[in-house]
Design a protein around this ligand. Structure first.
Ligand code: PLP
Length: 413
């Protein structure tokens, strides 16, 4: 047996990272064959048509012009107050739900999920999400000594599968008194799916029905990491109005992230936004999550919070950021449009894509299909039941022909 110093719960932890491995293979191929010959569809960041990482120009300008004290100083643990006001407004826009709403700064959208799991489930509990999901959800659950279970995300018509959702929610709430449900919408990673307002209404109707039993608690963790790449501002937020007037035993937590919205990935800034009809629940939300921040990362990046607050307060800067981001959104939509049209022509089934950074092709043997694609110098991320294509990172020129290559690789394995 190998020597170990780790505590029993930590023994054997090893973060395998499909995305990192696939990217490393792409980087190696680029060195060997030339960057021009290699399509790297593994990167979860917006690259322009020269494959350069995009920083929204106004974000760069505001960040570089901040006084150095704003960059280096500590921030309040809960976050800068004007940052917190700004993120609530930026998240909900004109669709503010009728409810008590408060925000706490977190280390990115990841921090939101971390605190939600830690503070709203018991050790050993099961958290629920869709069967297509962002891998770190599982790591976040397991590291906190919780489990992750999934329901089937799509029905035969490629719509949100209410039947599977209902079955799993009901079964889990028969075993435990509270349930954290993570729903990543709009512009879900990895598929690009967005629940419609009608689908949200169905989700909430089920939650309300279950919540009639006051001994049950539902915490809906709505991961909105791709909100600003999901389409028109108001339309992509209209579902949020439905989070008003919910029973007290349903708490909605919006997981806001600056990573994509402000092209600020490594700055590690986000916010958890609690929405509840109970003042007590929201006061508790602020207290317990602030406490957990103190116990994990303490305070977060002051400079990036100040940058957002500065942009938010100056309506012309905000309009500039919206316009710059919209150009990025249009660029991704154009790439996804090329892939979608060519997939149709090649008879290649895709999962429904509306927006965001990724699209997904369901396949039976994802690793083998990805390996086969390497022969064409195309690198994508193998998932459990499909392959993920980062349309955020592949130029229109390189995405042309890619669907046909995927169809060929799929047929060959
Ligand atoms: N949620 C999803 C689905 C994501 O894909 C990401 C980032 O890739 C996040 C949340 C959180 O990102 P961050 O912690 O950088 O804000």
């Amino acid at each position: 047996m190998t020597m170990s110093m780790a505590a029993s719960h930590a023994k054997g932890k090893f973060a395998t990272d499909n995305i990192f491995d696939a990217n490393a293979a792409a980087v190696k191929a680029a060195v060997q064959f030339g960057k021009d010959k290699v399509t790297n569809a593994t990167i979860g960041a917006l690259l322009d048509d020269n494959e350069v990482l995009v920083c929204l120009p106004t974000v760069e300008k505001v960040l570089r012009n901040l006084p150095v004290e704003e960059l280096i100083n500590y921030a309040p643990i809960a976050g800068l107050p004007d940052y917190l006001d700004a993120v609530i407004d930026l998240a909900v826009d004109i669709h503010r739900p009728e409810a008590y709403i408060k925000a706490i700064a977190t280390s990115g959208g990841s921090g939101v999920i971390h605190h939600t799991i830690w503070n709203y489930t018991e050790i050993g509990d099961t958290v629920l999400t869709t069967d297509w999901f962002w891998g770190p959800y599982r790591v976040l659950c397991q590291d906190a000594l919780r489990k992750l279970d999934t329901f089937t995300m799509f029905d035969e018509q490629q719509h949100f599968n209410m039947v599977s959702f209902q079955e799993k929610v009901t079964a889990l709430l028969a075993k435990q008194d509270s349930l954290v449900i993570i729903l990543n919408s709009p512009a879900h990673n990895p598929t690009g799916y967005s629940l419609s307002d009608a689908e949200w209404a169905q989700v909430l109707n089920l939650c309300k029905e279950i919540a009639q039993d006051k001994s049950k608690k539902i915490i809906l963790d709505v991961d909105i990491a791709y909100l600003d790449f999901a389409g028109e501002k108001a339309a992509s937020r209209s579902f949020m109005k439905q989070f008003g007037g919910l029973p007290e035993n349903i708490l909605v937590i919006l997981g806001y992230s600056m990573s994509k919205s402000f092209t600020a990935y490594g700055q590690r800034v986000g916010a958890m936004i609690g929405v509840s009809s109970s003042k007590d629940v929201i006061d508790e939300f602020v207290n317990i999550n602030q406490y957990s921040s103190r116990a994990t990362w303490s305070n977060i990046n002051r400079g990036a919070m100040r940058m957002l607050a500065t942009i938010y307060k100056d309506k012309s800067l905000l309009a500039q950021v919206d316009a710059e981001r919209n150009r990025g959104y249009q660029m991704i939509q154009e790439r996804a449009g090329i892939f979608t049209r060519e997939a149709k022509a090649a008879n290649l089934k895709m999962l429904p894509f509306f927006g965001g950074y990724f699209l997904t092709i369901p396949v039976n043997n994802p690793a083998a299909v990805c390996d086969k694609l390497h022969e064409d110098n195309i690198f994508a991320v193998p998932l459990a039941q499909g392959i993920r294509i980062a349309v955020c990172a592949v130029t229109s020129r390189k995405i042309t022909g890619m669907a046909a290559a995927v169809a060929k690789a799929k047929a060959a394995v």
